[in-house]
Design a protein around this ligand. Sequence first.
Ligand SMILES: Cc1cc2nc3c(=O)[nH]c(=O)nc-3n(C[C@H](O)[C@H](O)[C@H](O)COP(=O)(O)O)c2cc1C
Length: 393
Amino acid sequence: MLGNTFGRMFRITTCGESYSGGFRKHLPVPPELYGGQIVIVDGVPPGLKLTAEVIEEELEKRRPGLSEFSTPRRERDRVFIFSGVMEDDLTTGAPVGMIIPNTDIGDAHMQQHKANRELVRPGQASYTYYKKYGRYYDWAGAGRASGRETVARVAGGAVAKIILDAMGIDVIAYITEIHGIKAAPVTYETAKANYRRNEINCPDLEAAQKMMEELRRIKAAGDSCGGVVEIVARGVPAGLGEPVFDKLSAMIAHAMLSIGGVKGIEFGDGFEHARMTGSEANDTPYFDEQTGRIRFRTNRAGGLLGGISNGEDIKVRVAVKPTPTILKSQETVNISSSENVTHIFASRSDPTICTRIYPVCEAMMRMVLVDAIYMAEGYRKVISAIDPGWEDL
Ligand SMILES: Cc1cc2nc3c(=O)[nH]c(=O)nc-3n(C[C@H](O)[C@H](O)[C@H](O)COP(=O)(O)O)c2cc1C
C-alpha cells in the first residue's frame, strides 16, 4: 500500500488497521502489541513538553462511546510514546514515535466480520480494496479505511497543536449541520465559548437540540445521516502557502479529503461564490490603525487569496457522508458466488460520524499549518537576506 505519509517538512507516517490485531492474539506478546495504530512524526522541534496525557486529551474527543450518538467502546485510547522524547518529557528533535493499541477487538466482532467477508459492504471501501489488493485484502473492520485509522492523525495533530499554541495560532472545528438542520452562522468567539458544550459539539445551542432529536430519530430507525463540519484557524500570519501547486488551500483540501467519509470542501463562502457578483464577492481591504496592518472588511474568501493566507481567519467547511454501516436491509453482492443478495450488516455504528470527525479535521488543519509555516519561514529567511526590509512594503 502506498501513500501513508502526509506533509513535507512537518510530516506524519502512519500504519495500523482496525481489526488485524485480532489475528495475532496467539503471539507471546502483551495484548497492547497485538495491533493498533502507529504514527511517526517527523519535523518535531526540540524542547516541546510532550506527554501521553497531552496526546490522550485530543484522542478523547474522537473516542467512540462518549455519547448516545456514538458506538459503545469500553476503554479510552492509551498512547505509548517510544521515541523522540527524553528527560522531563522534552522532545529532542528526533522523530516522535507513538503507539496507540487497539484494545477493543472482541472475538464476537471478529466472527461477525468473518461471517460476512464475502459480501460487499455498501458505502464502504470493501469493494475497491478487494479490487486493488485481491484475495489478501483486509476484510475485517474496513482495514485502513476504518475510522480507527484517524487515531494516528489525531496523535500527530496533538504535536502540531503544541507548536501552534506557542505561536498563538488556534484551530477549532465544530458541527454546523446535521441531516439538513443548520446552525445559525457563528463567530469565532461564540464557537470558542460553546466549544463542546453539547454532545454533538454544535455551537448553536438551540439548533443542537433539534439536531440531537433528529439523530435520535435516525438511530431509532436503524439509519444514519451526514452533516457539515466547520474548521476555523485564527492567528494565522499572512504569507503561508506555496503557489502554484502547493497552495495552502490545496494542501488543506488534500488534508480534509483524505479523511474517510469527507465528500466535499469549501473555503469561506465557498459554493455561494458561484451565485455572487464581483462587488458582492470581493473582500475589500482597509488599513487597520489598531493592528497597524492591512485587513479585510469581510472574509468571504476564507482567509486565502491566490492560495496564500491573507491574515484573516481561515474558514473551511467539509461535507461528511452518512455512516455507511446501518441496521437496515440493503442490496449487495457475494464476491465468491456473484449472487445478488440482501443483507443487514449488524455491527457497531454511529448515527453520524460528524461527532467523531471534527477532532480529525482539527488535527489535519494543524499539521498543514505547521508544515506551511516551516516552508514559508525558510523561504522568507532567504528573501530577507537578499532584500532587507522587503516586509515593510
Ligand atoms: C472518525 C471516523 C469514524 C468512522 N466510523 C465509521 C463507522 O462506524 N462505520 C462505517 O461504516 N464507517 C465509518 N467511517 C467511514 C469510513 O471510514 C468511510 O465511509 C469509508 O472509508 C468510505 O468512505 P469514503 O468513500 O469517503 O472514503 C468512519 C470514518 C471516520 C473518519
